[in-house]
Design a protein around this ligand. Structure first.
Ligand code: PLP
Length: 361
């Protein structure tokens, strides 16, 4: 015992993050629909930029990410000086927790919220407080009822993962106002680009000093393997977060690929359109078979079966056909499967297998 040096409080309470499964024993031809990856891959321009940047690997990367921030600013109509880039949006979320929460503080997440939020809270010794949702939607009034003088951060993904639902901007604005001067509202827009005409929370940032928006290259840009995300907030807040950032957190090939990806607006638009088309097709097909499925605003649907047994049976049938989807018992949905919207053939295969299970095909 005496040689055991204890880690900081909270760390041993962290349940390790479980990522979507990526393989099936004995199969090489799997269709992976478990991690909300882009079925169309990523921009060719990003591939070329990545390859060009490889020639300079003996050099340290630039530390201020200026070209990438400028590109993000141009494409999204934002001030580049108020953008911070990180190793996935996960790293930006981590900076926020480190900067603004600590032992004794409370960090609010919601019942079906992204599982990284409580991990980030515990990592800094804060207490994650989980607030119920209403019909699989974030409920701002329930969050307001849970706010205490110890609340420092409220994490909301919008669209949410794994429900795919959205919260009204007016509700979020009301929440931000109530938290002003004492806590941050973190608006995680990982799936924002899948929503036609949605600013991902940028307007909330402009209207409220205590809102931070996070975004990622992992979802619509199809660059989950590259590990880049970014955040947008008041200049003072970005200045705080930058002090926690390692100077060389992103490599040149990473930044070059991300810059090319964000500038390839034609690819982004095509992905958004195809996703919307097959997401709605998938949902309609599920609903017609009697499977519960809310309207999703992201690149996945949450298919709710009769009970956990039926979800397990359908999951096994999909696996037998080489298709991996996400069990979401850990998100409070033992009866559901989260299915990434693939391309046309992927969606048709999924519905064929589920139809066989439901006895309708
Ligand atoms: C996928 C996802 C992210 C993105 O994480 P990265 O670290 O940028 O890959 C962030 N938030 C939510 C809710 C997600 O589902």
């Amino acid at each position: 015992m005496s040689d055991q040096i204890a880690p900081q409080p909270g760390i041993m309470d962290i349940a390790l993050y479980v990522s979507g499964e990526s393989g099936i024993a004995g199969r090489s031809d799997v269709l992976k629909l478990s991690s909300n990856e882009n079925p169309y891959g990523f921009s060719d321009h990003a591939r070329e930029a990545f390859q060009r940047a490889v020639t300079n690997l003996h050099r340290y990367p630039n530390t201020d990410h200026a070209p990438l921030r400028r590109a993000i600013g141009e494409i999204h109509g934002l001030d580049p000086d108020r953008i911070i880039c990180g190793v996935g949006s996960d790293e930006v979320l981590q900076f926020i927790a480190q900067a603004y929460a600590g032992p004794g503080d409370e960090v609010i997440t919601t019942a079906h919220g992204f599982s990284m939020y409580p991990i980030l809270a515990r990592a800094v010794g804060a207490v994650p407080v989980t607030v119920d949702e209403t019909e699989r939607r974030v409920d701002v009034d329930k969050i307001l009822a849970a706010v205490t003088e110890r609340t420092r951060i409220v994490f909301i993904a919008n669209p949410a993962n794994p429900t795919g639902t959205m919260v009204d901007e007016a509700d979020l604005s009301r929440l931000a106002t109530a938290l002003e001067g004492r806590a941050f509202l973190v608006h995680d827009g990982a799936y924002a680009e899948f929503v036609e005409g949605f600013d991902g929370g940028a307007g909330l940032v402009e209207a409220h000093p205590n809102v931070i928006m996070t975004r990622t290259f992992s979802k619509i840009h199809g660059l989950g393997g590259l590990r880049i995300g970014w955040g947008y907030a008041r200049r003072e807040v970005i200045d705080v977060l930058n002090r926690l950032r390692q100077p060389f957190n992103l490599s040149e090939p990473q930044m070059a690929a991300a810059e090319a990806a964000v500038r390839d607006v034609a690819f982004t638009r095509r992905c958004r359109q195809e996703n919307a088309r097959w997401r709605d097709w998938l949902r309609n097909a599920l609903v017609q078979m009697g499977v519960g499925c809310d309207e999703s605003h992201a690149n996945f649907v949450l298919a709710r079966f009769a009970d956990a047994d039926e979800a397990a049976t359908v999951d096994a049938a999909l696996k037998a056909e080489g298709i991996i989807v996400r069990r979401v018992g850990g998100y409070g949905f033992p009866e559901a499967l989260r299915i990434t919207v693939g391309d046309e053939s992927a969606c048709r295969r999924v519905i064929h297998v589920i139809g066989q299970q439901k006895g309708v095909r």
